[in-house]
Design a protein around this ligand. Structure first.
Ligand SMILES: N[C@@H](CCC(=O)N[C@@H](CS)C(=O)NCC(=O)O)C(=O)O
Length: 220
């Protein structure tokens, strides 16, 4: 829907999501920080609602979140949803203020997804009954590979080392202000708690950063 000035009314969007899962949580924290309210429809992953025919017709990948725009466009990746919403709601920027800052935030968001979130996902999904035959998200059944739990743990250790090293440069991952990179990295730390992993005790900069970001995002 467009208003009289031809602007798209972004509040007519619908968000399909399941707040406790890590990717939806990235988006939830982004929305909360920026004060964006959207109509939200819960897709219960515990009940495998993401695999229901009706939902797959909207997002064939069978993942959450999915952002459905008023014109029928669909965005199925957190980074795409956030990047789009940032352009519609520029206040309290989470992707920097200049082209170079935007590029740096995107680079870190990518790194955190691949090296952090995927490392923990390897650990979470390749053990236990809940993810039996569901080792990757989406409609395809895939067997667990227990060796990936150990590999995920090693990768997570490298990820924590990366955070500690980056935080030598400032209070936040990209200098002196909060960005999407901080939200994503905090979500990875909390996701790792699902498999009883935490920030190593000797990573003082990361410990302090985690507490700071939690307060700033109202996650107490
Ligand atoms: N490409 C998506 C990935 C989203 C994703 O993997 N979401 C998980 C929840 S964290 C999911 O929907 N899992 C469904 C399943 O396990 O079948 C994004 O970046 O947002």
């Amino acid at each position: 829907m467009h208003d009289k000035c031809g602007q798209m009314d972004v509040n007519k969007m619908k968000l399909y999501t399941f707040d406790v899962a890590p990717n939806p949580r990235r988006l939830k924290l982004f929305l909360a920080y920026k004060g964006i309210e959207l109509e939200t429809i819960a897709v219960d992953l515990g009940k495998k609602e993401q695999l229901a025919e009706g939902y797959l017709a909207i997002n064939p990948a069978g993942t959450v979140p999915t952002l459905l725009l008023d014109d029928g466009s669909v965005l199925t990746d957190v980074i795409a949803c956030c990047f789009y919403l940032e352009s519609q709601y520029p206040d309290k920027p989470l992707f920097g203020r200049t082209d170079m800052e935007r590029a740096r935030v995107l680079g870190w968001v990518h790194k955190i997804f691949v090296q952090g979130l995927m490392a923990v996902a390897e650990m979470v999904r390749n053990q236990g009954d809940f993810f039996k035959n569901r080792a990757l998200p989406g409609p395809r059944d895939l067997e667990q590979i227990p060796a990936l739990v150990e590999r995920g743990k090693l990768r997570l250790g490298d990820f924590y080392a990366l955070l500690e090293s980056q935080l030598q440069g400032g209070d936040y991952l990209l200098g002196d202000s909060l960005s999407m990179a901080d939200i994503d990295a905090m979500v990875v730390v909390d996701f790792a708690a699902w498999v009883k992993e935490s920030i190593p005790a000797d990573h003082a900069l990361t410990q302090a950063w985690y507490e700071r970001v939690k307060v700033e995002l109202g996650c107490l």
